[in-house]
Design a protein around this ligand. Sequence first.
Ligand code: URP
Ligand code: ZN
Ligand code: ZN
Length: 465
Amino acid sequence: MLKVIRGGTVVTATDTTKADVLIDGETIAAVGAFDNVDAEVIDASGCFVLPGLIDNHTHMSMPFGGTTSADNYDTGTQAAAAGGVTAIVDFGLQMEPNGLQSSLDQWMGRAEGAAHVDYGFHMAITTADTQTFKDMQAMVDQGVSSFKVFLAYKGALMVTDDLFMQALERSNEVGGIVQVHAENGWVIDHLVTQALGKGQTTPIYHALTRPESVEAEATGRAIRIAEMVDAPVYIVHVSCEAAAQEIINARARGVHAYGETCIQYLFLDIEDLNRPAPEGARYVCSPPLRDASNQDFMWDALNFGHLQSISTDHCPFNDEQKGLGKDDFSKIPNGLSAVQHRLALMWEHGVKTGRMSPSKLVDVTSTAIAKQFGMHPKKGTIAAGADADLVIFDPNREHVFSTATAFSNVGYDLFDGRKTSGSARQTLSRGTVVFDNGKILTKPGHGRFIKRGSFNPATHGDATA
Ligand code: URP
Ligand code: ZN
Ligand code: ZN
């Protein structure tokens, strides 16, 4: 069955052109002018047609902080599709020593039959043993070609520098890339103990006990360790200028260091943690929200290619879950609900203000991620042969952020009351309309596992626009 998306402006990471997109089944057949073709027509006049966004950083149904993140693969990928996202790469966590396979099987089992858009996995490594390092090869063979280590969350997910170094060495052998949560867990633990000892228990102390230098130090250390073993390294959720500067310095030395930021670091700030209860706790994430003075730098870092992509670190917890820390900020589950909001916010404050070109937006939200994480050219572009993962963005379809318009299962919207003048009108996943004008049309299970390719230094996601 043919479909044609007619009359829109097609945006890729390199070009913006008036063109139709012809879809044959799950795949883009051609991009051009198709006036007389016998096909179902989707009218995109007045709209932009973009490659579906890829969210490289989500945590659906994840056991964390004494509870489990509030979105499963059904609700979380509905929220994703409503925001123009057609693929997520979610984090599996190693749940027990002696290998990674049983943990991957758990994550696969949760996602299968539930997701509305396609999904892949990164695998977080939490223990160093022979079977775990052996399984890194099996992960890459199964399309899970990226790993994560946490230098924070002492006593839970945190690993030591020697384990991290071994993971880098092994990752190099198996064709993977290691991602790092870069905050110094030892220092944070000490600062948290001091704060609680002084009776400082409210959400703002979450941020004050994880200052920028705690992130910058761990970022610099992670990169130096990667440099010693000549391994590529990818720093997730970079929140501030000081940490980004470590990546910039490393890249200037020729190190294969990459960085991702997330929308909360551009659109929210440390003052949100001072909101009256229960709201302040909703904004607790790690690294924490920063002073707003960082935001101009972070925009520039993305725009000039110092940071390669922007995702969301979607890890929602409802008010009851956040309430676990009502008398002690260190017990508030860390994470925010954001997967639906990237496109509308980035367009409004990036493209519409002239800060970022439409192509650059496509690059940092989709193309660069697809290249870096072994999904390109099936994902992340609009070209013959690519999956028909597309979003029709209407610059005049106003979006009012509210619980009523949010698909996340979290029960509130962090951006409640804000408006953008444009938003996603339709989202297509492999040729099927998943989201149409406020409604999800697919059944859980439309989304499929993405078997990703290994890390390729030649197409490593550096800026294309
Ligand atoms: O606060 C956050 N970021 N929660 C999710 C887990 C992580 O560190 O990515
Ligand atoms: Zn993290
Ligand atoms: Zn995360």
